[in-house]
Design a binder for this molecule. Structure first.
Ligand code: MLT
Length: 235
């Protein structure tokens, strides 16, 4: 039986061999939730870059560019990292270049994987269905916060471990912890997370509605993967 494991921070990724594995990158608040929303609203592809400099270089070449640092839109950019910014029909069929504090760095660090998928509560069941059919080992990479553990990404990882019970085996403490955390929180994640660091950071920025939206399960039936350096919809 293939396995699923959970890496609670990109700073621990060196402990996990990626060859032959599917890596699901998750940054619930808010990078992967924004990406999922952007694709659900017609964006053609997303180029995820790790640095502001790379993103600005694309912007200067005329690309639609979004940049977030510490929860705020980065200086010099008009588009940040709120999912509501991506519900814009003018982005339809466009390529979007994005950099965020943690999520796009986690994608960049996963390049040795056989396949990189984008995970969010917004497209959770589509992801579970796809993973159940691949006969490959899976690693859920939590983007965390500047190398630190965060609860929301591990909650999502736990929802995948729980959803793939009996299909993908899990043996590590991180996957067991993630599953138990999700099973304890799933009926009221807002309350479960209300004292967590990024929840409080975003609330201080008056982004409470972003949090509520990003914790909504299965709003979109969409699957996003990296193909030749760009994120695209694969089903
Ligand atoms: C991240 O990269 O951790 C998030 O996208 C930050 C945010 O959007 O608040």
């Amino acid at each position: 039986m293939n396995s699923i494991d959970v890496c609670i921070s990109p700073d621990l990724l060196h402990l996990y061999p990626l060859q032959g594995k599917i890596v699901v990158v998750v940054d619930v608040l808010r990078a992967t939730s924004c990406m999922t929303t952007a694709f659900a609203n017609g964006v053609k592809s997303i180029i995820a870059v790790a640095t502001l400099e790379e993103c600005m270089a694309y912007k200067n070449r005329g690309f639609l560019a979004a940049a977030e640092r510490d929860g705020k839109t980065a200086d010099g950019f008009d588009l940040g990292n709120s999912p509501f910014s991506y519900m814009d029909s003018s982005f339809k069929n466009k390529t979007l270049v994005v950099t965020t504090t943690n999520g796009t760095l986690a994608i960049a660090k996963s390049k040795e994987a056989e396949e990189i998928l984008i995970g969010a509560f917004l497209n959770k069941t589509s992801l579970i269905k796809y993973l159940s059919e691949q006969n490959k080992d899976v690693l859920v990479l939590c983007s965390g916060w500047r190398g630190n553990f965060n609860m929301e990404d591990t909650l999502f990882a736990g929802s995948l471990v729980a959803g793939l019970e009996g299909i993908l085996a899990h043996e590590s403490d991180s996957s067991l912890m993630a599953k138990r955390l999700y099973l304890a929180a799933r009926h009221n994640m807002m309350q479960f997370l209300e004292d967590s660091t990024h929840f409080k950071r975003l609330s201080r920025l008056n982004l409470y509605k972003d949090i509520e939206f990003c914790l909504t399960e299965d709003l979109y039936d969409i699957l996003i993967a990296q193909r030749e350096g760009e994120l695209v919809v694969i089903s």
